[in-house]
Design a protein around this ligand. Structure first.
Ligand code: GDP
Length: 195
């Protein structure tokens, strides 16, 4: 994918009304620190358009990145902050639910999980939840460069079993360091958008 233009167009906080965009959207979910900003920057060939930071408590928003004038990458708030109150978690849950439920342009949902670890309870809940909203999430296993090549298949199996992936679910390993997986993710995005 050749990126001619990429910009952060809309930022939604808890009380914001979600935009009614005229172009297709694909959304990215995952726990904080999983590498979501790094993935979005990698997809867009930018170093720091999406903020990469491991600070817990960084502002939680839904960010809409417009790409080449006719597509949106939607960065959903990272989940799993231990320090956030249940009340705030519930509010964010409702906002993500509103978005997944309400967007007329959402074509695909990507769920990011760290390739090194067994999926957390939050990852499992999020997967089930996305499925319950009627989407078949594509799994992106992040930080591929952090494990040995000989470990990859074993970790993929752990993720598939841990998340109880439905048969046929796509899982794409990705590294923000080497960009391995980038072209495959763009192919999947394009296949959903063109449908
Ligand atoms: P986010 O909270 O999900 O947006 O995660 P970030 O993109 O901010 O990444 C969290 C940390 O993991 C940062 O220190 C990144 O540099 C690092 N990171 C993210 N993706 C990769 C990757 O593919 N490989 C390596 N080695 N580090 C990564």
């Amino acid at each position: 994918m050749i990126i001619k233009q990429a910009e952060l167009e809309t930022v939604c906080g808890i009380t914001s009304k979600l935009p009614e965009n005229a172009f297709p959207e694909v959304a990215f979910a995952g726990k904080s620190n999983v590498g979501k900003s790094s993935l979005i920057n990698g997809l867009l060939n930018r170093k720091s358009l999406a903020r990469t930071s491991s600070q817990p408590g960084k502002t939680q928003t839904i960010n809409f990145y417009k790409v080449n004038g006719d597509l949106y990458l939607v960065d959903l708030p990272g989940y799993g902050y231990a320090k956030v109150s249940n009340e705030i978690k519930a509010k964010w849950g409702r906002m993500i639910e509103n978005y997944l439920h309400g967007s007329k342009q959402l074509k695909a949902v990507f769920l990011l999980v760290d390739i090194r670890h067994e999926p957390s309870a939050n990852d499992k809940d999020m997967y089930q939840w996305i499925v319950a909203q009627g989407y078949e999430p594509v799994i992106i296993a992040t930080k591929l460069d952090k494990i040995k090549r000989s470990q990859v298949q074993k970790q993929i199996k752990i993720l598939k079993e841990g998340l109880k992936l439905l048969p046929g679910t796509q899982l794409i390993p990705f590294s923000a360091e080497t960009k391995q997986g980038r072209d495959e993710i763009w192919d999947v995005i394009c296949s959903f958008v063109e449908e």
